[in-house]
Design a binder for this molecule. Structure first.
Ligand code: PDD
Length: 367
């Protein structure tokens, strides 16, 4: 077993030293929720969306969020490795009660566990995978990312037992989602996926795909899909954070259209990969922190802009000295440019300073 560092209840420790009590409600009842968040070269993918879903899942099981979004970011960051693509597994259970009792315990802190694993590119990505269909036997709150996954596990294993990668779940004659994925189908040239609701997990990959499809003029719809309509589908895909967009080329031992990944998948996969790359680039910084950095702001002449700028900068860098500030009027004397040299510690800090400066009505421009 790889003995990587994991996070458990406020501590970073080797995986083989991370232990929870047998009375943990996650262990006894599956009473908890989880998230799976990709990180590409150390950049968390749609982190705020994953945190929003985490908040929704916690609300769905009536468990208070033990951390703010900033704290989650701080907890997760030390586990990331810039040199590889990884996914974060984050689990919160209702903690360790003194005895086994179905009803919620009082005043018991949640158990928080976070670990990071390398993403191994999914083998079926380029040539497609086989799937089976099954009646959905899971519970009624599939929108909650609950750790209680027996239904999903049994569906997935049934698929694996038949040499398939995924089970497509069907309820009352309608296509729902995969055992651990969302589902898309191209029918009459329209990219279709079932709507959000209690029946499906609102996948982050699903939302990103819909967004990218709309931006790239690929017609799409979020509507109920009769399972029988799949017979007319020219393409079927399953999507998730860990496997991304996987074409299904055979369903229930029948070829999907001509049995090879289709052109809409080819296009969307390229768009998706380019989008991932663009996010990494936009978050990348060419500075090595900590470094000396000139913060610049411009406003109208005739006011004490230097005092205002230094007050804003000190909110983020308290030890800035008064002599770190210089001011220079524009040629016509109508404007004044202020420069404050700071010791910058991170891009996040610079972004926060920039945000505060641009938010102030007297500051016309900030660099
Ligand atoms: N599961 N539906 C179900 C039932 C899932 O388990 C998953 C992902 C998805 C896709 O969601 P997303 O795009 O946000 O990953 C849909 C994760 C990967 C898992 O359980 O490991």
């Amino acid at each position: 077993m790889e003995n990587k560092t994991v996070y458990l209840n406020g501590q970073y420790l080797p995986l083989n030293e991370a232990k929870v009590s047998v009375l943990d409600r996650g262990f006894l009842f599956g009473d908890g929720i989880y998230e799976v968040i990709p990180s590409y070269s150390g950049h968390l993918f749609h982190f705020q969306d994953h945190l929003q879903r985490l908040e929704n899942s916690l609300a769905g099981i009536r468990l208070a969020n033990p951390h703010t979004r900033e704290q989650w970011q701080e907890i997760v960051s030390p586990l990331l490795d810039r040199n590889v693509d990884q996914y974060i597994y984050l689990q919160i259970t209702r903690g360790v009660a003194s005895k086994r009792d179905h009803a919620f315990p009082d005043n018991v802190p949640a158990t928080v566990f976070v670990m990071c694993s390398n993403i191994v590119p999914f083998a079926g990505l380029n040539r497609g995978v086989k799937a089976i269909s099954m009646d959905d036997t899971r519970w009624k709150f599939c929108n909650v990312k609950a750790i209680t996954l027996l239904g999903n596990i049994l569906h997935r294993q049934a698929a694996v037992d038949q040499g398939c990668a995924e089970a497509l779940l069907v309820k009352d004659g309608y296509l729902i989602e995969g055992a651990a994925s969302n589902v898309f189908a191209v029918i009459d040239g329209v990219l279709c996926t079932p709507p959000k609701g209690n029946d499906i997990l609102p996948g982050i990959t699903r939302d990103v795909i819909l967004d990218l499809a709309r931006k790239n003029n690929i017609p799409c719809s979020e509507d109920n899909i009769p399972f029988s309509a799949l017979q007319e589908a020219s393409e079927i895909w399953v999507t998730s954070s860990t496997r991304e967009i996987i074409p299904v080329v055979e369903l229930d031992s029948k070829m999907v259209f001509d049995g090879i990944p289709g052109p809409v998948w080819q296009a969307m996969n390229q768009i998706f990969q380019a989008y991932k790359q663009s996010l990494i680039m936009s978050e990348q910084t060419f500075f090595e922190f900590p470094c000396e950095f000139p913060v610049k702001a411009m406003g109208k002449a005739g006011m004490e802009l230097d005092l205002l700028v230094i007050e804003i900068v000190r909110r983020h860098v308290p030890d800035v000295k008064d002599d770190a500030v210089t001011s220079r009027p524009s040629k016509d004397g109508n404007f004044i440019a202020i420069t404050v040299i700071i010791e910058a510690s991170s891009k996040k800090q610079l972004d926060a300073i920039y945000q505060d400066l641009t938010d102030h009505p007297d500051i016309l421009m900030a660099l």
